[in-house]
Design a protein around this ligand. Structure first.
Ligand code: XIL
Length: 322
């Protein structure tokens, strides 16, 4: 196949996606999307700071463009996200809301976002990054004010305002099949114990393809990746790689690019090895715009097209794994 998503479909799975920031000055991007992807995730446009900068003041024009883009191009859209501690405006985080009022604030937000795109979002990341590395709950405004019940409450509200979307819990570093993965299992069970719907778990897969200062161990081996996916899939939910990028110490060399290609291949293979792994999304198209160099000093080149929109060895590796 010469198309990532067509290869994925031919394997009986649902999608290959990319994070998208719409750019009018990069004509290569819509072409690549048409050829290789059948799903998009808005990279920033639907986050709380972008959509409700002050209470009840909803700014949705940008978000609307992404939903429209997906519709116009016949793509799935992985909507991202409803409840998160980050890119959350100060009016929510300042700690002035009591339990009851914060739940109301959450409902107002979910009602407008999930309700507006009812029937149009293929999937919603309902709660993003609720866990610490040791599997305990992160001390966000949500957890500190409402307790763990904020998770089932968010999912119940998402289902109330969009009964069609598949509802996901999404987090990073779930790929190591460790304490944090256990935390994700606990969350799936918790939501189910409330009698509330959860359709899947998103494994972000922001991983290092080789040892780097921020990740002394490279991306997990294939067995570990598979076991990590199965950990939650065995609870009866779908699993997805939602934000794949496999970074390296820059600058790239042919050797590092080969190591990266092998890492992309095993990430893809691990998904295909698990029945309930329905799709994979890479966190952007070109290295030119990847968020990695801005956050991980000295690291980058994490995607499968280089800064000039040429396919890297990682593209072939990824396709081979599918
Ligand atoms: C990142 C975006 O790529 C950046 O443009 C932005 O500045 C910060 O957020 N986990 C997530 C994504 O769920 O929303 C983040 O995206 C990357 C980590």
């Amino acid at each position: 196949s010469d198309s990532l998503y067509k290869a994925m479909r031919s394997r009986g799975r649902s999608f290959i996606g990319t994070a998208l920031t719409i750019r009018d000055n990069e004509p290569a991007e819509p072409k690549i999307i048409k050829q290789d992807f059948n799903s998009i995730t808005p990279e920033n446009a639907q986050k709380w700071e972008s959509t409700e900068p002050s209470r009840g003041n909803f700014t949705l024009a940008d978000s609307d463009r992404y939903v429209q883009y997906a519709k116009n191009n016949g793509l799935q859209i992985h909507c991202h996200n409803l409840v998160w501690h980050s890119q959350l405006p100060a009016w929510v985080t300042d700690g002035k809301f009591d339990n009851r009022t914060l739940i109301q604030v959450m409902e107002e937000h979910i009602k407008v976002l999930a309700g507006r795109y009812r029937g149009q979002c293929t999937r919603w990341d309902v709660v993003n990054e609720a866990l610490n590395e040791d599997g305990t709950y992160r001390e966000s405004v949500w957890y500190n004010t409402i307790g763990e019940a904020y998770l089932p409450i968010a999912f119940r509200l998402a289902a109330k305002y969009d009964k069609h979307a598949e509802l996901f819990y999404n987090d990073y570093n779930l790929e190591y099949n460790n304490a944090k993965t256990e935390g994700a299992k606990r969350i799936v069970k918790l939501i189910k114990s409330y009698g509330v719907k959860i359709n899947g778990v998103g494994y972000q897969a922001h991983l290092a393809s080789e040892a780097t200062p921020t990740a002394p161990g490279a991306a997990p081996d294939q067995k570990t990746l598979e076991a990590a996916l199965r950990a939650t899939a065995d609870l009866g939910v779908d699993v997805v790689y939602t934000e794949i990028d496999l970074r390296m110490n820059t600058p790239a060399t042919p050797e590092k690019l080969a190591v990266q290609a092998a890492a992309y291949e095993r990430v893809a293979k691990s998904c295909l090895a698990v029945k309930r792994c329905i799709g994979m999304t890479v966190w952007g198209i070109s290295d030119k715009y990847s968020w990695i160099p801005g956050v991980f000093a000295g690291e980058g080149a994490a995607l499968i097209w280089d800064e000039n929109y040429n396919k890297k060895p990682a593209y072939k590796g990824f396709l081979k794994g599918i």
